[in-house]
Write a protein that binds this ligand. Structure first.
Ligand SMILES: [Fe+2]
Length: 390
């Protein structure tokens, strides 16, 4: 029997090569003044940006530009809001990676509000966001976070008193997502690897999450099939548009899955690590995939109640192995072997190369929320996961 579930709203999604050309027409539905959020370089220097701005001009669209250099901090958002107070745009458009989309999402949510965005963040803030915002269009140029389909914006403050927390409301799902794989063709291999592992982790963790349901499972499996076809191919052959389209699809799908099913131990740890160290989110996720899944499998095998999750591990193994008539145990082990091979092929770095030492393990383990993981893990387990990738 299909279990009861609820499913969050989605943006209007335009998916496919060349869909970026629809942006001026879509913007015009909201008005003629745009706040354009992009990365510090990349898109703004590209030929595509010139073509887009010409189209804005011929459609009478005026835009103001906000460059975002890294994962957005409260200061980044607050300064932007202060700058545009009293001259609010009709629509906010983010063209960039996950940080750029999160920044635009937070800016669209904070325009017209008083106080700092920090006051509205989960755990560190005390105010509830009312869910009102300026319309927001997300245009990803990497295939990773899936933020184009989620209701939260991750805001980070790195350091001893650091945090990595979300501004979250059902209404913050972007109004429109334009997912054009051509925009990811210039993404360099190391970012392709990190962002690809982020969306692979998101799909896998949503699939195994205790909050997963038949609907999110169906989507996660389609996303994981795209990962199988194209994670390594997009890393080795970045100019292959078919591989890029697969990864854009996987990233979008991972966002939809995580928004509805939640995530597991890797993302619990990644959130805590991201507050303490300046390590790319996808690198943390990618490097922890092997030890986290090895531990999950070994703990699930000790418990009778682990059968359902082990069955899911076997489904993933059979998907990656392309063989029939093997045992469930064979397929579970095959999936773990596949993860080890991917870690090697993508040359995923160890955490110590970013300054993370064993001294931090108890703090990270104690502060990490892993409640949706398919098997209960204690702080000792979490330290063990981290230790294997120090
Ligand atoms: Fe992630």
């Amino acid at each position: 029997m299909v279990k009861p579930f609820q499913f969050a709203r989605l943006p209007m999604i335009y998916f496919g090569s060349g869909k970026i050309s629809k942006l001026p027409e879509i913007v015009s539905c909201y008005g003629k003044s745009v706040l354009l959020v992009t990365g510090a370089r990349s898109f703004m220097d590209s030929r595509r940006a010139g073509l887009l701005f010409d189209m804005f001009g011929s459609n009478g669209i005026a835009f103001k530009h906000v460059p975002v250099r890294s994962e957005p901090s409260p200061e980044t958002i607050d300064e932007t809001i202060l700058k545009f107070r009293g001259s609010e745009p009709n629509v906010v458009v983010s063209i960039g990676g996950g940080s750029v989309i999160d920044a635009g999402k937070a800016i669209s949510a904070m325009l017209g509000k008083t106080g700092s965005v920090r006051e509205y963040l989960e755990v560190v803030g005390t105010r509830e966001h009312p869910g009102t915002k300026v319309p927001f269009i997300a245009v990803p140029t990497t295939s990773g976070t899936g933020s184009e389909a989620t209701k939260n914006a991750v805001i980070s403050q790195v350091g001893k008193e650091g945090f990595k927390r979300s501004l979250r409301h059902d209404n913050l799902v972007p109004d429109v997502a334009i997912v054009d794989p051509e925009l990811t063709l210039d993404c360099p291999p190391e970012i392709t690897a990190a962002s690809g592992m982020d969306c692979f982790t998101q799909l896998t963790e949503a699939y195994f999450s205790t909050k997963s349901n038949e609907y999110t499972d169906a989507l996660a499996l389609e996303g994981i099939k795209a990962i199988k076809r194209s994670l390594i191919r997009s890393y080795n052959h970045g100019d292959n548009i078919d591989a890029r389209a697969d990864m854009s699809f996987a990233a979008l799908t991972s966002g939809i899955c995580l928004a509805n099913a939640g995530l597991g131990a890797v993302h619990g740890l990644a959130g805590t690590i991201g507050a303490l160290f300046d390590i790319p989110h996808g690198v943390v996720c990618g490097t922890l995939m092997v030890p986290a899944n090895e531990l999950n499998v070994s703990e699930l095998r000790k418990e009778r109640s682990g059968e359902a999750a082990l069955h899911k591990y076997a489904i993933l193994g059979s998907l990656f192995s392309d063989t029939a008539d093997k045992s469930a145990t064979y397929y579970v082990d095959f999936f773990l072997d596949y993860l080890r091979a991917v870690t090697h092929s993508l040359d995923l770095p160890m955490l110590s190369s970013y300054g993370l030492t064993s001294d931090y393990l108890p703090v990270i383990a104690a502060q990490s929320d892993v409640k949706n993981n398919p098997v209960r893990l204690n702080t000792g387990h979490l330290e063990e996961i981290l230790r294997q990738r120090l």
